[in-house]
Design a binder for this molecule. Structure first.
Ligand code: HEC
Length: 181
């Protein structure tokens, strides 16, 4: 009788069990990085970025944001941004807060590194669901749908804001001051 298939099956099974055991020991012995003051490894970054890109592409395919946004909607977006986001993403002076400085994945300071090129649906998705492994929170529980679209509209048009929204953005207090007070 040819025993080769049986030997192969046992070898594959034993290798799988050994890998699972190694992974378990890695975690329970405290080797899995649990600190927030080191840069994440290459594999972690690749896996997080890749799955985020694919998940957003899939889930926003049939989503349609508002075709136009008014000054008052974007002004509301700026106000909500001030209360919920500026602590990490900064005000119009792009000065980082102590919270932003302590995150191991750097939150972009939107005053210099904006998302106006991203589709509004993508930004809405990120605000709604957050971004795993990064510190970017989900706002699906704390903000309504309209509020999340309003912030997304502000960020989408950040380089061409209408007058009232622009004034609100330009006069927003620095995040650096707020965090150290
Ligand atoms: C506690 C800090 C924190 C808060 C508060 C926060 N974010 Fe973020 N955000 C992050 C981090 C960190 C990233 C970077 C994630 C990455 O690189 O994948 C991020 C990424 C993003 C991105 C993607 C940027 C890009 O260049 O692709 C958007 C859009 C965004 N945040 C919007 C918001 C909005 C809007 C709010 C408020 C409703 C908010 N964030 C609140 C930490 C925060």
């Amino acid at each position: 009788m040819n025993r080769t298939p049986v030997v192969i099956a046992w070898t594959v099974a034993a290798t799988c069990v050994a890998l699972v055991l190694c992974a378990y020991v890695f975690v329970v012995a405290g080797f899995m990085p649990a600190n927030a003051d080191a840069k994440p490894g290459k594999i972690e970054r690749w896996a997080a970025k890749r799955s985020l890109r694919v998940a957003i592409a899939r889930e926003t395919k049939t989503m349609h944001g508002p075709a136009t946004s008014t000054d008052s909607v974007m002004t509301m977006g700026v106000r909500l941004y001030k209360a919920n986001c500026a602590v990490c993403h900064g005000a119009s002076d792009a000065k980082r807060s102590s919270v932003a400085d302590g995150l191991y994945v750097e939150p972009p300071q939107f005053a210099k590194d904006d998302v106006t090129d991203d589709p509004i649906e993508m930004t809405y998705w990120k605000i709604t669901h957050g971004i795993r492994f990064t510190g970017m929170p989900s706002y699906s529980k704390s903000l309504t749908d309209d509020q999340r679209w309003a912030i997304a509209a502000f960020l989408r048009h950040q380089d061409s804001l209408p007058p009232t929204a622009l004034a609100a953005w330009k006069t927003m207090p620095s995040a650096a001051d707020t965090a150290s007070r």
